[in-house]
Design a binder for this molecule. Structure first.
Ligand SMILES: [Zn+2]
Length: 443
């Protein structure tokens, strides 16, 4: 891949929309230099010049929480309450998926994410079958589609769930170490980064969370945990432990500067102080929280405390979109409604949650178009009706942009979506597979 000078009409750099900047991207897909285009051409005469007339360039968006395979359950059990959906849709479908189906479902979800401008995703994966084969399948799916993957391998032992989710704490530790080894051996790192994910206070016992904390330390990696998503969990924990879910996680050492608390909808003021004091980041999933009727996460209170808040789509059947643009919009609108104040959160804050803050909290580079960062980027068409009349601001990107405006997507300098179409695989067999799966399995 030769060095390239990209010349967009405008670009989002450090929260500002700049006119006619130039970006020199090295052979390895890293932004090497930023200047005006003429200066770059003079200084780097060997570089290929790629004009991006009529396009705005922005950092790729970062999906801080998802479950790729759940895309298959789109449309199944819509509008059911969570417990009914879990027992009649999630568990039966989970039990049936083969390793090949896990691979294909991940490709489907990741393609949908990429075409919505997501360049990195944390996939919280729990169909482990007491081993590493299925997780390797989603790692290969990410590589084959071209998305950057944080593979959050789940530690789960609640005995009400399908057997393939469950392990002993010792087995979860051993299999996670084996997975780290296999990812290295198959050269899937650094495209894929392993993280440790004790499921939740309701899905993982104390011993399981402690094993996950020790494993994350051993592997020197991040830790994800669902916490305080629904009221039921808070009520149950208070009753059985006399602790809130956040307090319980804290007691087990699961919170810290390399921890991500997913949801934190039912977090009170003291819980938020704990999250702040431990340096824990929160993954906010507004689309999923709304569809499941979870409630409104106290995002403004988190931001006031300086807690890093990033965004996640959650599973493809609990949003039901894979678009961080969409979740930026919903995150802002939800807080404005919650506080009956349109100035309580602004476009720049949610844009940053969906890009730079997300990257940093997940331990990635990127999320910003600056020298030294990987070229993970998205172009949007400035003549898309959703962005007219312009000039385009962060407000346009957060509140107005339709997905028809998303044009090209780059990960580490490779163009993985071109004019809305994937470049690394033929989507037609995948579409045919998805339709066939639907016919065979839909209840
Ligand atoms: Zn989740």
């Amino acid at each position: 891949m030769p060095a390239v000078i990209y010349c967009p009409e405008s670009a989002v750099v450090d929260g500002q929309v700049l006119r006619r900047p130039g970006f020199l991207v090295s052979e390895s897909g890293v932004i090497h230099h930023m200047d005006n285009v003429d200066a770059l051409r003079e200084e780097f005469p060997g570089a290929v010049v790629e004009r991006m007339d009529g396009a705005l360039l922005m950092p790729g968006t970062v999906n801080g929480h998802s479950h790729g395979f759940q895309v298959l359950m789109r449309g199944m059990g819509e509008d059911w309450d969570f417990m009914t959906w879990r027992s009649q849709v999630l568990y039966p479908v989970s039990e049936r998926l083969s390793v090949q189906e896990i691979y294909e479902s991940a490709r489907l979800a990741y393609w949908d994410m990429l075409r919505h401008g997501i360049t990195a995703v944390a996939d919280f994966f729990y169909l482990n079958d007491q081993g590493t084969e299925n997780a390797m399948a989603i790692a290969r799916a990410a590589r084959d589609v071209g998305i950057r993957l944080l593979l959050a391998r789940t530690f789960y032992d609640w005995d009400g769930a399908p057997a393939r989710y469950r392990e002993t704490p010792e087995a979860a530790h051993d299999h996670t170490l084996a997975l780290a080894q296999r990812l290295r051996e198959e050269h899937l790192t650094p495209w894929v980064t392993l993280q440790v994910a004790p499921h939740s206070p309701h899905g993982a016992s104390e011993a399981m969370v402690e094993s996950a904390v020790a494993t994350a330390r051993e592997l020197n990696t991040h830790l994800h945990i669902h916490v305080a998503e629904g009221q039921y969990e808070r009520d149950a924990m208070l009753k059985s432990q006399n602790l809130t879910p956040v307090q319980w996680c804290h007691r087990l050492g699961a919170l810290g500067p390399r921890s991500l608390a997913v949801h934190a909808v039912w977090a009170d003021e003291q819980d938020l102080d704990i999250l702040r004091d431990t340096g824990t980041a929160v993954v906010h999933n507004p689309g999923s929280n709304m569809i499941l009727g979870d409630g409104i996460a106290p995002v403004v209170s988190m931001l006031k405390r300086g807690i890093p808040v990033l965004l996640g789509t959650d599973g493809g059947c609990t949003n039901d979109r894979h678009s961080i643009f969409d979740d930026m919009r919903m995150a802002a609108l939800l807080q404005k409604v919650r506080w009956t104040d349109s100035s309580v959160i602004d476009a720049a804050q949610v844009f940053s949650m969906g890009t730079a803050v997300g990257s940093r909290a997940l331990g990635l580079n990127g999320g910003r178009l600056l020298p030294g960062e990987p070229f993970d980027a998205v172009t949007v068409k400035l003549d898309d009706p959703s962005l007219l009349p312009g000039p385009v601001t962060l407000g346009h990107l957060v509140y107005a942009l339709a997905d028809t405006a998303i044009q090209d997507v780059y990960v580490q300098g490779r163009r993985v979506i071109q004019q809305g179409h994937p470049t690394r695989f033929d989507p037609n067999p995948l579409i045919a597979w998805a339709r066939q799966w639907q016919t065979a399995h839909r209840q």
